[in-house]
Design a protein around this ligand. Structure first.
Ligand code: NDP
Length: 328
């Protein structure tokens, strides 16, 4: 038997309820590899899946947790043997397949990657899906060519924003971090941000399609009117890596920044990343992410804390990365 955070739905009221329960290995979904999970994390999507599902969960009872790191217990796939350390992100695990908020998980071998050298399972989850996404965004910006000027990170106190800020600062860029929480200025400076941009400076809907060329690249976790505004402030030929929509799904923008400034809008999806890309990104994380900075981002949690923390992340009240010790 093992512990898991199980979300159940009352079909008559449509309401969901999440609580820690005991499950047995026979309850687990099919898959080639069974993993003794050590750590998982809290991401925005987990907040949705702990609650009413937000269209992500297909059937109940459900075990959320879109990422995890742990040790292989049994494997029917040649690539993995008992005792191997592994990391999982994406592939709709924690959404349509039971995820990492449990002491055991069973998944397809293709969805895993070996834990990169230089990271332990806790560090890997301090990075987690948010950090992997931040690294994929940085790699996409590098592929396009980063232009002169400070680099902008929006939603900077969040999981993706915190890791993106730390990576870009470690790579030697001057990072401007946008936040709606002025009391997080010291935290963001500690991650390496050189300038703090108050959220309200970019909150107003665009009045002019182009403003002075300001940013050499941008990692955007916010979307919505802020992204529209940022597009008009990019340097000529610069790129924005769009990762999220914490500030809204609508994009009230004009085409002018694309036409007259050659701005690139790059969509970043961590969920369906093929094995080679995930491995490349994890290996870059192991070398390019300052681990002391990572530790400063971590808020530890246990399975029973997740119903409360899930509501917090949906309300933008979480700072950095919540790392869940499933054995705590
Ligand atoms: P967090 O909730 O940790 O961070 C989001 C941050 O955005 C908040 O901390 C806050 O930062 C800011 N924010 C929140 N609400 C608003 C608002 N209304 N207007 C402006 N800023 C706001 O989430 P994550 O960092 O984990 O994820 C960020 C986004 O990226 C989410 O939409 C998530 O779904 C998406 N995502 C996408 C992935 C992909 O593969 N494309 C993978 C992982 C996440 P502050 O207080 O500093 O302003």
């Amino acid at each position: 038997m093992f512990n898991a955070l199980v979300v159940e739905k009352d079909e008559s009221s449509g309401k969901t309820h999440a609580e820690v329960k005991e499950l047995s290995s026979e309850d687990l979904p099919p898959g080639e590899v069974t993993v003794a999970v050590e750590y998982s994390t809290l991401n925005y999507k987990d907040g949705l899946c702990i609650g009413p599902g937000g269209g992500l969960v297909r059937s109940y009872p459900h075990v959320p947790g879109i990422d995890f790191a742990g040790t292989v217990e049994t494997s029917e796939d040649d690539r993995y043997a008992p005792g191997d350390k592994v990391v999982l992100t994406g592939w709709r695990v924690g959404e349509t397949h039971w995820g990492g908020y449990a002491q055991k998980a069973r998944v397809k071998a293709d969805w895993l990657v070996p834990l990169p050298n230089g990271l332990d399972t806790r560090q890997a989850m301090a990075v987690g899906t948010a950090g992997l996404t931040a690294m994929l965004a940085v790699m996409a910006l590098e592929d396009q060519g980063i232009k002169d000027g400070p680099l902008l990170v929006t939603g900077a106190s969040g999981g993706v924003g915190s890791v993106a800020t730390a990576i870009l600062a470690k790579l030697g860029y001057s990072v401007a971090a946008v936040t709606g929480r002025p009391d997080n200025a010291e935290y963001l400076a500690g991650l390496g941000a050189t300038t703090i941009v108050p959220r309200e400076d970019l909150a107003e809907t665009i009045k002019k399609p182009l403003e002075p060329e300001t940013w050499g690249a941008c990692v955007d976790a916010v979307g919505g009117p802020m992204l529209a505004r940022v597009l008009g402030q990019m340097a000529y030929g610069a790129s924005v890596a769009a990762v999220g929509l914490a500030g809204g799904a609508q994009l009230p923008a004009t085409v002018v920044p694309f036409l007259l400034r050659g701005v690139n809008l790059l969509g970043i999806d961590s969920v369906m990343q093929p094995y080679d890309n995930r491995l490349r990104a994890w290996n870059r994380i192991a070398t390019d992410l300052p681990m002391d900075k990572l530790e400063a981002m971590v808020e530890p949690a246990a399975l029973q804390d997740l119903p409360r923390l899930g509501a917090d992340i949906l309300n933008g009240r979480v700072t950095g990365r919540v790392v869940v010790d499933v054995n705590a």
